[in-house]
Structure formats: C-alpha cells, structure tokens
Design a protein around this ligand. Structure first.
Ligand code: PEP
Length: 254
C-alpha cells in the first residue's frame, strides 16, 4: 500500500442488527477510535437505514464515519421506499456504498444505474464506494479481469476524484462464504483496477484513489490482504458485526 493512500476499513452491516445490538457496537468503535487517535486508518460503518440517525449520534465527535448501504440516483421524487444521497448527507453520512453485488443481484442494478448512483452520491458531497466483482462462474471461465475491468469502465463516473470515490473489489463468490482468492489473485485484480482507473481518471488521481478488498475478510487473513501493494483497506460484512474482529482487521493495516 502506498503511503499516500490512507487505508479505509468499512463495515457493511447489511440488513442486520436492531438498536439494542447496533448501538453498543457503534459506541465501542467510536470509543476505540477516540482512544486510539491518531489512527493510521479511516473507519466507516454502514448500518441499515433505520439506524443511521442513531449511529451518527453515537459517532458524534469521534472519527468513526457513517455511511449508507445504497442511495437512489435521483435527489427526490416518487420513489417509494428509496433514500436519496442528499438524505444520507442530511443525516450526517459521509459515504454511500453503491453497486454492492447484493444490490446488483437482488435489484437488477446494472453498471449504468450504479454509475448514476455514484454520481448522485458525489453530487451530494458523499464519498461513493463503487463495488465490482466477478461471480464464481466468471472466475471459473477465466474472465475475472475482463469482467471487473468492464464493471469499472461502466460504474465509475468519469469525473470521479480520489476525494469523492473509493472502488471496492468484492468477488461475489467470496462474500459471506469464508473463501477468499489467493493474495496473488487479489493483487492481480487490484493492479488491473489501478490501471483501469488510470485510463478513466488519469495517473495522479489513480495513484491516490483507495481500492478496497471485500469478501470474507477476517482477523486471520487481514494482515496478508491489507499488506498487498494495491489494497488500501477492506469492505467487511460479517466480521464488522463484532467490534473486536472489526477492530483487529483495522489494526492489520500496515
Ligand atoms: C460484503 O458484503 O461486502 C462482504 C464483504 O461480506 P463478508 O465480509 O461477510 O464476506
């Protein structure tokens, strides 16, 4: 990892947790962030939308950032059940995940929708975390690099900067399965991602942009994954629901 890229450890709580469990979890992390300041990493939690407000309160005056797990591409309008990027920003969020594979699979979100959502997040002053990653069938066919390169070309807005965008590589088959690619495979994809981002944003921005790895990151594999040259942090699902595991992952950053 380059010294000019500050690692980001992001927790995606998905549709998990009620206030009784989530509030102490956020509180522990906010306290740890304060006690450990200055940390060598940024830390973010993305709770379910129902708890963003309360988690923002708990994280108040700490360095724990809060984000949304998705946002709509429009600022407002007749979109029942959806949440705009502006609404997330209004609640106190600083990030929004877009294009998570569960959104792509469950809601049929294609690259053009993901790009529009990323643009909406950026326009609202949020940092968009754009997720990409191949399915198991695509890896088995040997087309991982092509698939991820095409997703980046289609999902990352051309006007993105390293300040308002993070890209997360999450092999779909590694999410929640306990399986991960080898370190060489992760680094191969991340190196390609930086090359691809260079084509879109230019060398200066591509050098500074953070590329996260996600998919079964846990304390036991974090040191190796976070030590890879083009890995600048992690997007963590299951292990982000334990403050001890999540903190250990964060402390694995070089
Ligand atoms: C995720 O959903 O973004 C994720 C990486 O999940 P997990 O860490 O549980 O594999």
């Amino acid at each position: 990892m380059s010294t000019q890229r500050r690692p980001l450890i992001a927790g995606n709580w998905k549709m998990n947790g009620l206030r009784e469990i989530a509030m102490p979890l956020a509180g522990e992390l906010a306290t740890k962030m304060n006690n450990a300041a200055p940390t060598s990493f940024d830390m973010l939690v993305c709770p379910p939308a129902t708890m963003i407000d309360a988690v923002v309160d708990v994280a108040y005056e700490s360095n724990l950032a809060v984000g949304g797990q998705d946002c709509h591409m429009a600022e407002s309008g007749a979109h029942t059940g959806d949440i705009s990027a502006q609404m997330l920003q209004d609640l106190g969020c600083s990030y929004a995940i877009v294009g998570h594979s569960e959104r792509r699979a469950d809601h049929g979100e294609m690259d053009d929708v993901v790009r529009a959502k990323a643009e909406a997040a950026q326009a609202a002053g949020l940092i968009a975390i754009v997720c990409v990653g191949e399915t198991e069938a695509e890896r088995d066919k040997g087309i991982t690099i092509d698939v991820v390169a095409a997703q980046i070309a289609g999902s990352v807005p051309p006007a993105s900067t390293s300040e308002n965008t993070v890209v997360a590589y999450e092999p779909v088959w590694a999410i929640g399965t306990g399986r991960t690619p080898t370190s060489d495979e992760v680094q191969e994809v991340h190196a390609m991602m930086r090359t691809k981002v260079t084509e879109i944003l230019g060398a200066d921005e591509a050098d500074k942009i953070r590329l996260l790895y996600g998919g079964s990151v846990k304390p036991s594999n974090a040191v190796e994954l976070m030590g890879l040259a083009d890995v600048d942090g992690a997007l963590v699902g299951g292990a982000s629901l334990s403050h001890d595991d999540f903190w250990q992952i964060a402390e694995s950053c070089p």
